[in-house]
Design a protein around this ligand. Structure first.
Ligand code: KG4
Ligand code: ZN
Length: 337
């Protein structure tokens, strides 16, 4: 009888401490300890994030093992996020994973966080996307278009030149006086609003994107309207949210369509925290129908940062005999390229 392949995945790139257990390709536990501490600051405070990871990591891993009914001695390998992300946060997960792997005498696998988002489509999906597929990864830290030709063959074909799409949501929310992270709140409020305010869209050549000009355009719009009527934001909150969400969706969909026309993928896949957005999901499905191309969107719990996607990549890499050396150190910047 073949030995079970059991992977512990650990995610600590930003403000969520995650631990997941994957047994023979199936997720048995996917635990997330999110950090409420950042809400009042309107964004993630790196120093507070790493302290919270330090506090959460042992109990989160313990809960995942218990939920999965797996003993740590049964693990085949430990996969951890090696970056990109916040250095202090990454150091907690990386050091913990490598030490635990060393003490158990099993391999450790450093996983690229963005590869995690891309391969979130392979978790419990039957069938997963077929290669080559085009992945649109939209999160709080990244916005990129990646042609995925195989598990280890990826090409970055477009990216944001400044802010990520999630940042555009979160920074707008902050201007509107909403708590962090603002993306889900804008999504919710937009449902009762009408997109009747327009903002300038960036003009960027090729497949790259930009969201910082939009942020400035929103800032000036709100400043001018508040000068005329101090109660403008409160009175028009839902319409402002709907308008901002629409323009972000349009920017993403224009570049996606262009990428499909140039690279002719078999299928398209949407990933990252912003993939939870209802209008973006809808527009993505519509794009698939219009372009006659199959679409994939992972279940919500695998869209935002999670450790199941890290365990998934660990499982793929272990299957290809790709493990990391114990002197692997975290990387903070873009790695798919
Ligand atoms: O992937 P993720 O969990 O973390 C990063 O790697 O950044 O993405 C978090 C981002 C945040 O910017 C959050 O506001 C955004 O995803 N987000 C949303 C929604 N849910 C999460 N943005 C728009 N609409 C949503 N429903
Ligand atoms: Zn992420």
């Amino acid at each position: 009888m073949e030995k079970d392949r059991i992977i512990l995945g650990i995610e600590s790139s930003c403000d969520d401490t995650g631990a997941a257990i994957m047994k023979n390709g199936k997720i048995l536990a996917n635990v997330i300890a999110d950090q409420k501490v950042h809400a009042k600051y309107g964004g993630v405070v790196p120093e507070l994030a790493s302290r919270a990871h330090q506090k959460n990591i042992v109990p989160t891993v313990q809960i995942a093992l218990e939920e999965a009914g797996v003993k740590k001695e049964e693990l085949s390998a430990i996969a951890y996020t090696k970056g990109p992300g916040l250095m202090g946060s990454l150091l907690v997960g990386t050091s913990f994973a490598k030490s635990m792997a060393m003490s158990l005498g099993i391999p450790s696998i450093g996983v690229d966080h963005m590869r995690g988002h891309i391969f979130s489509h392979f978790i419990d999906q039957d069938p997963p996307p077929a290669f080559p597929f085009l992945s649109l990864v939209v999160s709080g830290g990244h916005t990129q278009l990646v042609m995925v030709r195989g598990p280890h063959d990826m090409e970055l074909i477009g990216k944001t030149l400044d802010d990520a799409a999630g940042e555009a949501f979160d920074k707008t929310a902050k201007m509107l006086g909403l708590p962090y992270p603002g993306g889900p709140i804008i999504d919710r409020k937009a449902r009762s609003g009408t997109a009747r305010f327009s903002f300038n869209k960036p003009r960027i050549e090729g497949l790259d994107m930009s969201f910082s000009g939009l942020k400035t355009s929103i800032l000036y719009f709100l400043r001018d309207e508040k000068e005329k009527d101090p109660g403008f934001i409160e009175q028009h909150m839902d319409d402002i949210c709907a308008s901002v969400q629409s323009v972000i969706t349009e920017i993403l969909m224009e570049k996606l369509e262009k990428a499909i026309r140039i690279h002719r993928p078999q299928e398209i896949a949407l990933a990252g925290g912003v993939a939870a957005n209802s209008q973006i999901r809808e527009a993505f499905e519509k794009m698939g129908k219009t372009m006659d191309i199959k679409t994939h969107i992972p279940p919500f719990k695998y869209c935002t940062d999670n450790a199941a996607m890290i365990a998934m990549v660990g499982d793929i890499d272990l299957g290809h005999g790709r493990v990391s050396s114990l002197d692997t150190v975290p990387i903070t910047s873009q790695s798919i390229g």
